[in-house]
Design a protein around this ligand. Structure first.
Ligand SMILES: Nc1ncnc2c1ncn2[C@@H]1O[C@H](COP(=O)(O)OP(=O)(O)OP(=O)(O)O)[C@@H](O)[C@H]1O
Ligand SMILES: [Mg+2]
Length: 361
């Protein structure tokens, strides 16, 4: 359906809101490329600048410096309707007094699509989003999920090269969200040329949908990589804790045998890579990779808490004043609170993060 395939490039884009003393830098020198046809998730906590980045692509906010490119075109000075983008925001934003078909046609009229072409393209967009049967309804006659499909149909009807989605599922309940997530994945398979920038603070959405994830914090890009990369090999503590769950243990890199670190009383074998001997660092181990009992890297401590989570038990074990989390499957009899237990993890399941990286970006 897309007429052209075009990536997005942020070239050192900064955005500041307000003037004088109340100036907020919402985006600080963002350098990022979204390849044609790629789904890029922008993941980060509230206020980290995700929506601002999207608005800079859409043209609703002017960068204080830097350039935005869509495809080969510098669009920094173009008005929104000339950028060839479709955008969907959290609150549907449908026109309540217009039927579904007129809502979907709306963007095309602004784009001066020839009148004769409009009905066909409305039908096509409604077909794609599974809403063909609802063309004559008003938004108030639709469920939240259906309204969001119409909003997506409206964005697609202009045949955008770039689709901007700002938390499109956050107003939906959990079950509907998971269904819509599968729908969006299908939509992307059917429109493989459309580049998608997908803002979310839900890591499941990002991990499920994205080809790559950009992790944002405090107006800055912290990390970018494939979901697998960021999960298995995070570069920073922030990424490690934001993409999936993580044990982050303060360790000192051993000066003796290569590949060992000390954590409290324990000596652990881990990949030390290029971290200098004697340096302090953070060891990241995913809770589901921590097992109960003796093993290659053993830690002994007291059970501080046990949470039953349906398919797993999460054990919190206090080891030398640090809390270690272990997600355990098929644990018939969880240990009692206060019991001394040993947990372990394999050397290859640990990632050593150099100290300070999280602060410096
Ligand atoms: N119109 C505005 N005027 C002044 N400050 C703004 C404006 N819009 C956003 N900000 C500020 O810019 C920063 C980034 O906001 P932004 O909306 O990009 O965050 P976000 O990552 O999308 O957060 P959320 O997850 O809550 O939607 C915040 O500190 C916010 O308060
Ligand atoms: Mg936002």
């Amino acid at each position: 359906m897309a007429e052209r395939s075009s990536g997005i490039r942020f070239d050192r884009v900064s955005v500041a809101y307000g003037g004088g003393g109340a100036r907020t830098v919402a985006l600080d020198s963002l350098d990022l490329t979204v390849e044609p046809g790629e789904v890029m998730a922008l993941l980060g906590p509230s206020g980290s600048g995700k929506t601002t980045a999207l608005r800079a692509v859409a043209g609703f906010v002017r960068p204080t410096s830097g350039r935005v490119l869509i495809g080969e075109r510098d669009v920094t000075d173009l008005p929104p309707h000339k950028r060839g983008i479709g955008m969907v925001v959290q609150q549907y934003a449908l026109f309540p007094h217009m039927r579904v078909e007129d809502n979907v046609a709306f963007g095309m009229k602004a784009q001066k699509v020839p009148k004769g072409e409009i009905p066909g393209r409305v039908a096509e967009a409604l077909e794609l989003t599974g809403m063909a049967a609802y063309a004559k309804r008003y938004p108030r006659e639709l469920s939240g999920g259906q309204q969001q499909r119409v909003a997506i149909a409206r964005a697609l009807a202009i045949r955008p090269g770039v689709l901007l989605l700002d938390e499109p599922l956050s107003a939906l309940d959990a079950q509907l969200r998971s269904g819509m997530l599968a729908e969006l994945a299908r939509l992307h398979r059917e429109l493989p040329d459309v580049s998608i920038l997908y803002v979310t603070h839900d890591q499941v959405e990002a991990l499920t949908l994205a080809d790559r994830i950009t992790v944002m914090d405090r107006a800055r890009l912290q990390d970018v990589g494939t979901p697998q990369d960021l999960y298995r090999r995070p570069r920073t503590e922030f990424t490690a804790s934001f993409v999936g769950n993580a044990n982050l243990l303060p360790v000192t890199v051993g000066s003796g045998e290569k590949g060992t670190v000390s954590f409290g009383q324990a000596e652990l074998k881990v990949p030390t890579q290029d971290v200098a001997a004697g340096a302090t660092a953070t060891l990241c181990v995913r809770p589901h990779l921590v097992g109960l009992g003796d093993g290659p890297n053993s830690l002994t401590g007291e059970v501080a808490e046990v949470q039953w989570r349906g398919s797993t038990h999460r054990l919190f074990v206090d080891v030398d004043g640090h809390r270690v989390k272990a997600d355990l499957r098929e644990l018939r009899e969880p240990p009692a609170l206060g019991e001394r237990v040993t947990v372990h993890f394999a050397p290859e399941d640990a990632v050593l993060l150099a100290a300070g990286v999280a602060e410096d970006g």
